[in-house]
Structure formats: C-alpha cells, structure tokens
Design a binder for this molecule. Structure first.
Ligand code: SRM
Ligand code: SF4
Length: 550
C-alpha cells in the first residue's frame, strides 16, 4: 500500500492542530516556526512566507530570510461591518505591510506580519468578532456567496446559509483559542472532530453558494457548490454541484482543472446534511498518499460520479431530485450604484487585484477607512477581488458618493476588460509564483485595452485573468484569456472561457513572452472584429470559428 504523505502524520499527531506552535512562537532566535508547525499554522489561517525581492540581499548578508506571515480572515459570504473594517484597517497599518488584500474567495489577507505580531493581530480580530480559523489548510475554506444584494430578498438568505455552512464545517478543536487568544490549555486527549476526524481532510476543500443570474462565485470551480433556486420570489432549494477544482502542475498530465457537475436538487434545509455527506465522503475516500491527486475532483473521477452521488445520498439520508432550471448571465461584478429590493443602495468599487493601499493618486486605504467611520451599512468583499459598500440608506448616498470621489475610489472603473480582470498575488510574497501577476496586472490590462481599442473593440466585455503559476488562484482556466506563469516574463496562454464561468478554456500557446502575446492576441482580435456575429464574445467566437484545439 502507498505511504501516507508527511502532512498526514503532522496533522494526525498534532493534538488537534496544536503541535508545538505555542513554543515556536516563543523562540526569539528566529522569525520562523518549526517545520511541522508551519504546516499546522495553515489550519489556523496563516502561511509563513519571506519577501522574495529581498532573498538574495539577505543571503549575501548571511541573514536568515525575512520571515513574515500572510494571515487570511474567515468571512463567510464576504460580509464585514464598518467596525470590523476599521479593525482590519488598523491591523494592516500597525502590524502588516500597510495594505489590505481582497482575495478571490471574498475575504481579506494581510501580508508582512512579523512572528511577534501574530498573536496581537488575531486578538484584535477577535475583539471585532472575527477569526482566521480554517481559512487555509486541509479543511473547508472560507464559504463564498453571491455578493451583490440587488436581485431579490434571497440574497440575505444565501449569505445566512454561507455563514451557517462555514460554522457547521469548522474544526471543533479549541487550539485556536489556546494559542492565539490565551484560552485555557487543554489537558489530556484533544477534542473529537465529528466531521473531520483526527487527520482532517486529505486536501483543501472549497464551498460556495451562487444566486443566479450571477455566477460571481464561479460555482463550477468549487469542490462543493449550491446554485440557489428561487421560485415565485422565494428560495425553495439548491442545485448541488460537486467536483470542481482548478489546480494543476506544469508538465504533470495527471493534474488538470475540472468543472463541477450539477447532480440534483435539494430543499433548503438539507444544505448542511448534504454538505457534511460530501465532506465526509471526501474525508474517507480522498487520496492521502499523493497531494497532487487528493482533491475531491480526483476522488470523483476515480470512483465515478454515480458512486459519489449514491454515497452522498446514503450518508445524508436524502434522495436528490432532478436539478431545476437556472440561468447565469455573468461571473463578473455589477458596478455603479444599484438599489436593492429593500430600497438601500450598493456601490461596488473596482480594486485591481484586490490590493487596498495608499498609493500615489489612489489613497484607497484612507478612503475606505473614511467611509467605514460614517457608514451604517456593511462592506461586501466580492469573489472578483472588489468591494461593495452595501446597504447605504438613500439619505446617506450623497455623502458616501462624495467620499468615493474625494479619495478617487472610482479611479479604476475604466474599460470592461480592465474592470473585470483578476490577478493572483504571486511575487513577492507567494513562494510558488513563477512569474509576476498582481504587479503586472496594470500593464497587462492597459496593453489588452490598447489592442482592443486598435480594433474598435474597446467597450467589449472580455474576461482576462492572470496567475503566477498553474495553481489557478485567480481562476484563470475559466477566463476568455487566461495567462498562467511559467517563468519570469513567460506565460502559458489559455483561451476560450465564456462570460459566465461555465466553460474551461484550453492551452493555446506555451511559454510565450509579452511580445508574442501581443502579436497572437492582436491577430485574434482583428479576426474577432471582422468575423464576429452581433455581440459575440471573444471566447465564443474562438470556439465557433474553430480557432482552438480540441
Ligand atoms: Fe490559492 C496556494 C493565494 C484562491 C488554488 N494560494 C496558495 C498560496 C497560499 C501559496 C502557498 O501555498 O504557499 C497563495 C498565497 C499567496 C500570497 O502571498 O498571498 C495563494 N489563493 C490565493 C489568493 C490570495 C489569490 C488571490 O489573489 O486572491 C486566494 C485566496 C482565497 C481565499 O481567500 O481563501 C486564492 N487558490 C485560490 C483559488 C480560487 C478559489 O478558491 O476560488 C484556487 C483555484 C481553485 C482550486 O482550489 O482548485 C487556488 N492555491 C491554489 C492551489 C492549487 C490547489 C490544487 O488543487 O492544486 C495552491 C497550492 C496548493 O494548494 O498546493 C494554492
Ligand atoms: Fe501563488 Fe500560484 Fe496562487 Fe498565484 S496562482 S497566488 S503564484 S500559488
């Protein structure tokens, strides 16, 4: 029998994720944690990293790498109160690198937190009723939900279900409270984990709820998904989706992105039981011997979708009904002021690559802080790395609008391509980045904008996403144009996603540089302009005119 991966031993021997993190934190000789504790730290919502821009300099000076920590907040459905925003803003300025980073899973990350600042940061979050539990590691991650509450009252319900699902799938260990919040130390055996067991899941696990017509959460890329079905204005249940996932490894043909299958319909109050059945099936059958083959998508492919659905039905005691009709019309965000059914207003702000900082001409961290001071509604992080100032009363709209303009928070709402583009973090903090992503996004989207303009296509919607490696953190494999980092300045070019996130793109050119990218895309845009049918999107055009392999 194949051996379990080393991470399995670390988890199962960790005494409920405690390991020796508390001791590691006390070691003043290094900014690092012990190796095993670095793995466990992930399940507490943090990764040990170093600033890759400084690596060579530190090595030359014979210093250890500048160890710093990325910390990820748990924020089901992406909703934060103004008080929570202010707490996060303070941590960003006092304990991290002066920025807040909105992620593609509707939450916040801090970068650049020193080891000694970890506990105070967690405590400050706790004071504002937030935590970072299970936002990383082999557990269910931050649960996403469609963010813009305009279409129907079901939005509120969907957000509530995201919170309930997140709570239901939280580990039961009190380790987080002990280590970070000075909770009482456990004596004896660790807490029982009814859903996860002592070894937790074989791999990360992601869940989301989509509310048609918006597929902003990219439901087909999630391990577990629920498509809300609203009939006569009422949320009646969900279509269940299983087995999405995007991570791949360059040159390893056994890894591939996969879209989730829609497998049936369930009534609203079965959501938790069905979720638990999906999670425990993956817990028991996921591959614990090879982390590259451990995601739910491979469990389903190895054992068959029918087997998987039967197992979930048996475990949940529920017979799924046939899936109900639904229609998606976008996987992007809705910008501009929008009025919700309850009469309140919502304004989504475009934040390229989700980075909120004070920079030349864009004092956005200060601007959002100023809004948080007076705002009585909420903030909603979107799955597209933007933020919505939500539930603004009609009488407050003008003053919020004035702050948006004063702090130039509307400065990035340019052409559709620039507005919708996504980029993962990559360099300098991500240890896995092979090429630039976030830092290259401004130039990349300006270049693509120029190529579109040269072909009279500048106002056309076009999904552009870039990542620094094939792990797919900005979901590039469902973009019309996806760039996936191979080496500095080199990317694989994937083409052919659609505007609603329901089609994988395909590899079109490998390992190309910027000049080749411009040449290839410029020629395809020229053909698109000449040969397109009315309003035909780029990805659809490429498939119809058989320009893509496969
Ligand atoms: Fe991711 C690993 C950043 C969403 C697939 N991801 C990482 C790490 C933690 C690198 C590491 O393992 O050391 C990155 C930290 C970079 C940094 O410095 O902050 C990282 N992932 C991100 C974020 C911040 C990207 C962003 O620009 O917003 C997103 C945080 C989401 C959150 O709030 O939880 C992020 N990652 C995603 C997504 C998109 C999604 O979940 O909707 C994916 C593709 C979907 C999927 O999981 O299949 C994704 N990240 C990965 C993978 C590949 C997993 C796989 O199955 O192979 C890795 C590497 C791994 O797990 O081994 C990874
Ligand atoms: Fe890092 Fe790769 Fe994810 Fe980008 S896609 S954040 S480079 S792991």
């Amino acid at each position: 029998m194949a051996e379990l991966t080393p991470v399995e031993r670390i988890k199962s021997q960790s005494r409920g994720l405690r390991g020796t993190i508390a001791e590691s934190l006390q070691d003043a000789h290094t900014g690092s944690l012990r190796d095993d504790d670095q793995q466990l730290l992930r399940l507490h919502g943090s990764y040990q990293q170093d600033d890759r821009d400084l690596r060579e300099e530190r090595r030359a000076q014979k210093l250890e790498p500048l160890w710093r920590y990325m910390v990820r907040v748990r924020l089901p459905g992406g909703v934060a109160t103004p008080t929570q925003w202010l707490a996060l803003d303070t941590i960003a300025r006092d304990r991290a690198n002066g920025s807040l980073r909105l992620t593609t899973r509707q939450t916040f990350q801090f970068h650049g937190i020193g080891k000694g600042e970890l506990q105070p940061s967690m405590q400050a979050m706790s004071d504002a009723l937030m935590d970072t539990i299970a936002t990383c590691g082999d557990v269910n991650r931050n649960v996403m939900a469609s963010s813009n509450p305009i279409e129907s009252e079901a939005h509120g319900e969907v957000a509530t279900w995201a919170r309930r699902l997140s709570e239901h799938l939280l580990p039961k260990t009190r380790a987080y409270y002990e280590i970070w919040l000075n909770g009482e130390k456990l004596e004896g055996t660790p807490e029982h984990e009814p859903v996860y067991g002592a070894s937790f899941l074989p791999r990360k696990f992601k869940a989301a709820i989509a509310l048609p017509p918006s597929n902003d959460v990219d439901i087909f890329t999630q391990d577990l998904g629920f498509i809300a079905i609203v009939e006569s204005g009422r949320l009646v249940g969900f279509n269940l989706t299983v087995g999405g996932g995007l991570g791949t490894t360059h040159g390893d043909a056994t890894t591939h992105p996969r879209l989730a299958n829609v497998v049936g319909f369930l009534p609203v109050d079965s959501l938790l039981a069905v979720s638990e059945a999906v999670v425990t099936t993956q817990r028991d059958y996921g591959d614990r011997t090879n982390r590259k083959h451990a995601r739910l998508k491979y469990t389903i492919e190895d054992r068959g979708l029918e087997w998987f659905v039967r197992e979930v039905e048996t475990r949940s005691g529920l017979q799924l009904e046939p899936a109900r009709p639904y229609v998606f019309d976008t996987h992007g965000d809705l910008f501009g002021w929008r009025q919700a059914v309850d009469g309140t207003w919502h304004r989504t702000l475009r934040i390229p690559a989700g980075r909120i900082a004070d920079t030349e001409g864009r004092p956005w961290l200060s601007g959002l802080r100023a809004i948080a001071v007076v705002h009585t509604g909420d903030f909603r992080c979107t799955a597209n790395q933007n933020v919505t100032v939500g539930h603004v009363k009609s009488e407050d709209k003008a003053s919020i609008d004035a702050l948006i303009r004063h702090y130039q928070l509307d400065a990035a709402e340019g052409s559709p391509v620039a507005r919708d583009a996504l980029a993962c973090v990559s360099l300098p903090t991500c240890p896995l980045g092979m090429a630039e992503a976030e830092r290259y996004l401004p130039k990349l989207s300006a270049d693509v904008e120029a190529l579109l303009a040269a072909n009279d296509l500048k106002d056309e919607p076009l999904g552009l996403r870039i990542t620094g490696c094939p792990n797919g953190c900005a979901r590039p494999y469902v973009a019309e144009i996806g760039l996936v980092g191979k080496a500095l300045g080199r990317y694989n070019l994937h083409l052919g996603g659609n505007g609603i996130g329901s089609r994988l793109n395909v590899l079109y050119r490998e390992n190309i540089d910027e000049a080749t990218f411009h040449q290839v895309i410029g020629a395809l845009f020229a053909a698109w302009r000449q040969e397109r049918t009315p309003a035909e999107r780029f990805g659809d055009f490429l498939w119809r005119t058989k320009r893509l392999p496969g």
